[in-house]
Design a binder for this molecule. Structure first.
Ligand code: GLY
Ligand code: MN
Ligand code: MN
Length: 432
């Protein structure tokens, strides 16, 4: 395994927490992701579904987890189904997990071959009162393919049309949003790898460099440090591209006087980091770029201080909107009249800052977390204000990953990644 896995105790505890939230007689199933085809015989690299991973640590395709805490046979209360290695698989891909290995990763005693799933599910579903299905309820999800989970749900509903159903997702949204110490450590490892990448890149940014060359430097550093690579498609955007929020082409040449906005994070052990830094291509900010940069930095620092237990995301975003509004007035981008007469449903600051400030971060980059519930200790969120000014040819975003602490105030997990403008300029002057 490329990464150090978490302990089986962690996964056993996650299952115990999930089971505690189930209703009596409930049976839950969690499927792996498919390996997605490209065309001909090529496929995308496998990415495990984060829910089965969170509940078992099993990072292998075609695995299935079944939880049935009230099963009559104690051996059927937690069952993991994995793909059996045959001679062909062993020669072409290497051996899949043995039952013993799957048991030691997950802490699940009953590990069976995947081929026995349908028959056993059929038997246990007859014993169950409720079936828990793991539909994707993420507030940002727009899924156009039928996942392996969807196919299972369709099949199970046809086989057992009269069973009441529940959504596993509500339980998982709550559990996964509160990070355990071991998870914070994985996120921190991902962040530390991102830091190495950023420090490397600072030495390579200069007029004439191409955005994809910068992407390559990040990639090099990430892979060297036991990451699979980017946690999400990287945005390496120079000049006017700063203002394209989801710019991922990364194919322009960086010119003197421009800024380069890099929204990039390494993954580690399937945990994400999510960083944005914006630096001057020539190594020095112009006075105007520096004023806007310092304003974004200040909004980010004030927003971070608001991330305390009990605050609602909606209230938090409204507060950040006020902070941003006053920053934009100070920069001369908004005037008091415009703000006084603004539509409260579409405040004036949105002209320059049109996206949200924060999202949960964890196994998914836009992680689980019920957004209408108050924030709690040990949640990890990004703070990512930006000011985008196409008419001036640049835009700036700065993004850090913050852990909400019970009493010590918000903890910036990216505190070691340079963002002070003087420090950035000093580091950029030390060319390799
Ligand atoms: N990189 C994705 C985001 O910042 O939300
Ligand atoms: Mn980001
Ligand atoms: Mn983000």
């Amino acid at each position: 395994m490329r990464y150090d896995p978490l302990s089986s105790k962690f996964y056993s505890a996650n299952r115990a927490n999930f089971i505690r939230a189930m209703t009596p007689g409930g049976l839950a199933v969690f499927n792996s992701n498919d390996i997605y085809p490209v065309s001909a015989d090529s496929t995308l690299p496998f990415e495990q579904h984060r829910d089965i991973f969170y509940l078992s640590g099993i990072d292998q395709e075609e695995s299935i987890l079944l939880l049935f805490p009230d099963a009559i046979n104690p051996n059927h209360r937690e069952i993991l189904f994995v793909k059996e290695t045959n001679d062909h698989i062993a020669v072409w891909e290497g051996a899949k997990l043995s039952q013993q290995e799957a048991n030691s990763i997950s802490g699940i005693k009953t590990v069976l071959w995947k081929d026995s799933f349908e028959l056993l599910f059929d038997e246990l579903a007859k014993e169950a009162k409720t079936l828990y299905f793991n539909t994707n309820e993420h507030y940002r999800a727009r899924v156009e393919t039928q996942t392996r989970e969807d196919r299972f749900i369709e099949w199970a509903k046809k086989s057992f049309p009269d069973h009441p159903t529940e959504k596993s997702n509500f339980i998982l949204q709550k559990l996964r949003s509160i990070k355990h110490k071991e998870e914070i450590e994985q996120i921190q490892k991902a962040i530390d790898i991102t830091e190495k990448g950023f420090r490397r890149v600072l030495k390579h940014v200069k007029p004439g460099v191409w955005e994809y060359e910068i992407e390559a430097e990040f990639s090099h550093e990430f892979l060297k440090n036991r990451s699979k690579g980017f946690a999400y498609t990287p945005i390496i955007a120079s000049g006017q591209n700063n203002n394209v929020l989801h710019y991922i082409q990364n194919n322009a040449q960086c010119r003197p006087g421009e800024l380069i906005l890099m929204d990039v994070g390494a993954e580690y052990g399937n945990y994400s980091s999510d960083m944005t830094r914006t630096v001057p291509v020539s190594g020095k900010f112009s006075p105007r770029q520096r004023s806007v940069y310092e304003a974004v930095l200040k909004v980010g620092e004030e927003a971070t201080q608001l991330l305390v237990p009990g605050i609602l995301i909606k209230e938090y975003h409204q507060e950040v909107g006020k902070i941003m509004t006053s920053a934009l007035i100070d920069l001369g981008l908004l005037d008091h009249d415009t703000v006084t007469n603004q539509d409260p449903e579409n405040p004036a600051y949105k002209k320059y800052f049109m996206h949200g400030t924060s999202h949960h971060l964890g196994l998914d980059t836009h992680d689980y977390g019920l957004i209408e519930e108050p924030l709690q200790p040990n949640m990890v969120l990004t703070v990512e204000p930006g000011i985008y000014i196409p008419e001036e040819g640049f835009g700036i975003r700065i993004e850090d990953d913050i852990m909400i602490h019970e009493k010590n105030g918000p903890l910036n997990l990216m505190k070691n990644i340079p963002k002070d403008p003087d420090e950035i300029e000093a580091l950029m002057s030390e060319k390799s």
